[in-house]
Design a protein around this ligand. Structure first.
Ligand code: ZN
Ligand code: ZN
Length: 897
């Protein structure tokens, strides 16, 4: 269904879809724009065109249509007091990290706050009716416009006005009445300035009419009436009709201030401060003309570079004015905007990274740095963060709590970027042509090189206008897991015994059995879910090997046969397994809260896995964990275990739970049911969780972290064991350390022996030499050393491979033997820890044909190492002790060839 089709259908019956009470009462006229034919409603008989095509477009810049002036903070106070006066509840903003929706990383509109996805359906849950909310929304599609257009932001405050038409709420007439009164009464805008434009909205299977309202070409808000479902030939009214009015708070402030850009009035004193720091001499007359032209050109051209070029031409700006005023101002606006977005995102638990939503945060931070470098602006980022939070906390007091965390994360990220600069520089200097959009995307994706960096390095002059939207498309989607479908039609929901008295032995009726699967009327077998592995055990005499949940039906997978449909079966759970899993599950919550308290507020559960004998928790954190942090987390966790805190489970209506505990409850992801099960460990950890848990923390007995690892950018894995698993782990570690001790002792003994032997070398070698000169050919053991001697017309060869002797012995012996016999090659091999070493001596005469260095090189290679030396003396070795015999054979082959 095309939006255009809906609009033409609705606009063909304006009485039904658009004409609200106000239009009749006040005498609004409906007109069609002479340029674009869109229909609009106005009280100004002289107005001929829609707001996009009127002469007064953006004429509020430098000449606001109101007598009152409100900045960002004050504008919200005005809006809030107006709606409260008119029976609305003012609700606090929801997090910008959209944890209650699987398909969104960030909150993109105020209505998203109240949408919950159940299966394929979106349902609405409003904490009050009617309500307003100052919802911070993040949008990354138009990143290149930020700072340049005067009105694009990467995050903005959407004034959400929401109502369900029932006893408390209202519908179209009242909505437009309120919005009209807000503009005229509260903000003092002349009623002739207000234009309502007919439009429609469509999405998620429903649609409805909407009225956008403009003042002097600036769209202030859009009242959407979500009303129908179906298609245009056949649609019906929704059970739950909704008013979704979204207005830009930044624009409300802007229209009253009439500053050259929306940034000037929305970032309060911060913009002024940075402009002063940078020493820019702004000329407000020039800026008013320039940004009015920018606004007009944006309606005409798609390409931002073109928009900018035209505006410069139409304002007749000099090169100097561009370089000294416009360009640095654009940079300052960008920096302030991006930092504000980072403050909200990091405060709500998102981290810059190269995956998912974190990816946009990283690119923004890098833009800030590149922009500062390119324009040689030396701002103290911490100071900007402080000023922003000081300003924002009037509306958003919660930002105070994460002030230092935001600074810490940004600081780490800046340092990390600095460390990768050298590598990036190399990549950039190797570029041989002007990169295309695809090249730019590849450069960022594989090497972290942002187009802003290329601009900083003068490789490109402008960032292509589709770059950021293309990039954010690539990173939008989240994959949904596919589930196997079973023939489960007409089977009633399974009674979940593990949520009631949880019997470990029970009888149940077989409702369906097929292939290797069984569905019972009731079960205590926990189905795999939320990272918790399924229960095992027996149904009659069949082993249960897997349990899965399909909607509200639980399917058991059996081994070696299935019972018949209609039978009553006796079921027994493997309680050892269940106990292990349960302890590990509660431990996951304990570790999660411990990690957060040790590391910082940005720690959220990323994913988790709980088996009988081990578990792991992946949490969001910027760096790999240090040994000290691991110890601290383990200590914090065990102190919770020791404190014996009760673990309580309560069921709440989802909306109530969210209001009562906040969105921290969604550690394990989205809860697709109306009633949420809240698992609390005292007030230390409160999570929505469907898993099995111990009664009190001391039941866990002990938690041991076995391993940690940074598994992806921004995520670290903590592997751990608890209960018996922890005890076994400790035992094994003790055993390991005992074994290691023994190994060390053995090594020590060998070493001592060698030292002892070394002292005997002096007295022993003359005896050895004498004996050897007597025995000539063959293998002989003299005292504790075995030697093999071979004589031939080519050469004489002697080798020994005793481990009791070290290099001192072999070198001394080799030297004497070779001095006595100039035709002798001596080879000594001995093990030295993990290595096997080799020493070769060659007598004066033989060394001219058989080079000791060459022999060592060849032997070392066989031993998997390297070595060398002179023709008369060389040493080397390797690590492959199993090749000792081969090495000797090889030496002989060289010598007797
Ligand atoms: Zn028009
Ligand atoms: Zn849980």
């Amino acid at each position: 269904m095309e939006k255009k089709e809906i609009l033409s259908k609705f606009s063909s019956d304006p009485e039904r879809y658009y004409k609200v009470g106000l239009f009749g009462e006040q005498g609004f006229t409906r007109k069609s724009c002479s340029v674009c034919n869109r229909f609009f409603w106005t009280l100004d008989e002289n107005r001929m065109n829609c707001p996009d095509h009127s002469d007064d477009t953006y004429s509020f810049i430098g000449n606001p249509p109101t007598s009152k002036r409100f900045d960002y903070t004050q504008a919200w106070k005005e809006v809030e007091s107006f709606f409260k006066k008119n029976g609305h509840t003012s609700v606090n903003r929801y997090p910008v990290v959209c944890r209650w929706r699987d398909d969104l990383y960030f909150t993109i509109a105020s209505v998203v706050d109240f949408q919950r996805v159940m299966g394929s359906k979106v349902v609405f849950e409003f904490p009050a009716n009617p309500l307003i909310v100052p919802q911070t929304c993040l949008r990354f599609k138009d990143l290149e416009n930020v700072g340049v257009t005067g009105r694009h932001f990467s995050s903005f405050c959407m004034i959400g006005q929401h109502s369900i038409p029932n006893e408390q709420g209202y519908w179209k007439d009242e909505c437009i009445n309120l919005d009209y009164n807000l503009l005229t009464q509260q903000f003092g805008i002349d009623k002739k300035e207000i234009v309502f434009v007919e439009d429609v909205w469509e999405g998620g299977g429903s649609f409805g009419s909407s009225l956008e309202y403009f003042v002097r070409g600036l769209e202030l808000g859009n009242a959407v009436f979500t009303e129908f479902q179906g298609d245009l030939s056949n649609y019906k009214t929704l059970d739950q009709r909704i008013i979704d009015m979204g207005a830009g708070l930044e624009r409300f402030a802007w229209i009253t201030m009439g500053t050259p850009t929306a940034y000037d009035c929305c970032f309060g004193p911060i913009t002024k401060n940075l402009i002063a720091q940078a020493g820019i001499e702004t000329d407000s007359e020039v800026l008013v003309r320039y940004f009015t032209e920018i606004a007009k050109n944006l309606e005409i051209h798609e390409d931002l570079a073109q928009v900018r070029k035209n505006a410069i031409k139409q304002t007749d700006l000099s090169e100097e004015q561009i370089n000294k005023i416009i360009t640095p101002l654009e940079g300052i606006y960008l920096i302030i905007d991006h930092i504000r977005t980072l403050i909200f995102a990091i405060s709500d638990g998102a981290l810059p990274s190269n995956v998912g939503g974190g990816y946009n945060l990283r690119i923004m931070l890098r833009r800030i740095i590149s922009t500062m470098n390119r324009l040689e602006l030396q701002f103290d980022i911490n100071e900007i963060i402080d000023r922003q939070i000081d300003y924002l906390k009037n509306t958003y007091p919660e930002l105070e709590d994460t002030r230092e965390d935001v600074k810490e994360i940004i600081d780490i990220e800046i340092k990390r970027y600095g460390a990768s600069k050298q590598r990036m520089q190399k990549i950039v200097t190797n570029l041989d042509k002007e990169p295309t959009i695809d090249d730019l995307i590849r450069l960022y994706e594989s090497d972290g090189v942002t187009p802003d960096y290329l601009k900083e390095m003068n490789v490109i002059s402008e960032i292509p206008s589709k770059f950021y939207s293309k990039l954010s498309e690539l990173h939008q989607g989240k994959k949904q897991k596919e589930q196997v479908s079973f023939p489960l039609e007409n089977i009633p929901d399974t009674e979940l015994l593990f949520y009631s008295d949880d019997p470990k032995e029970f009888d149940a009726k077989v409702l369906k059995s097929f292939e290797k699967y069984v569905v019972l009327d009731r079960t205590s077998f926990y189905a795999r879910g939320g990272g918790q592995e399924p229960d095992h055990g027996k149904i009659d005499n069949y082993e249960v090997v897997d349990v899965t949940k399909h909607g509200n039906i639980i399917v058991h997978e059996l081994k070696d046969g299935i019972p018949k449909q209609g039978e009553t079966v006796s079921c027994v759970l493997d309680t050892t397994r269940r106990d292990g899993i349960t302890k590990n599950h509660t431990s996951t919550h304990v570790i999660n809260t411990s990690a957060r308290s040790v590391l910082g507020s940005w720690v959220w559960q990323h994913s988790a896995f709980k088996e009988e004998d081990h578990a792991r928790l992946d949490v969001t954190h910027h760096s790999a964990l240090t040994e000290k942090e691991v110890i601290e987390i383990e200590q914090a966790a065990n102190s919770i275990v020791e404190k014996n805190i009760p673990v309580t489970i309560e069921n709440f209506d989802r909306g109530t739970a969210e209001q009562k505990y906040g969105f921290r409850i969604y550690q394990g992801g989205v809860v697709p049911v109306k009633s949420v099960r809240i698992v609390s460990i005292g007030d230390l950890d409160i999570e929505a969780c469907g898993g099995t848990h111990v009664k009190e923390t001391s039941d866990i007995e002990q938690i041991k972290i076995t391993k940690t690892k940074r598994i992806q950018d921004g995520v670290v894995r903590i592997e751990f064991v608890s209960g018996d698993g922890a005890k076994e782990f400790v035992k094994k570690r003790q055993l390991d350390s005992k074994n290691k001790e023994m190994e060390e002792k053995l090594k020590e003994q060998v070493k001592e022996k060698r030292i002892e032997k070394r002292q005997q070398v002096k007295e022993r070698i003359p005896i050895l030499v004498k004996s050897l000169s007597e025995c000539k050919e063959g293998i002989s053991t003299i005292e504790d050393i075995t030697m093999e001697i071979t004589e031939s017309d080519k050469a004489n060869f002697c080798y020994s491979a005793s481990n009791d002797y070290d290099d001192v012995f072999h070198i001394s012996l080799g030297e004497i033997l070779c001095n006595n016999d100039p035709r002798l090659v001596y080879c000594g091999l001995f093990e030295d820890g993990e290595k096997i070493r080799v020493i070769v001596y060659a007598g004066d005469e033989i060394s001219k044909q058989k080079n000791a260095g060459e022999i060592v090189k060849s032997i070392s290679q066989i031993l998997g190492g390297a070595g060398g030396g002179s023709p008369k003396f060389a040493q080397g070795g390797g690590t492959d002790k199993s090749k000792k015999e081969d090495a000797i054979k090889n030496a002989k082959a060289i010598i007797f060839e």
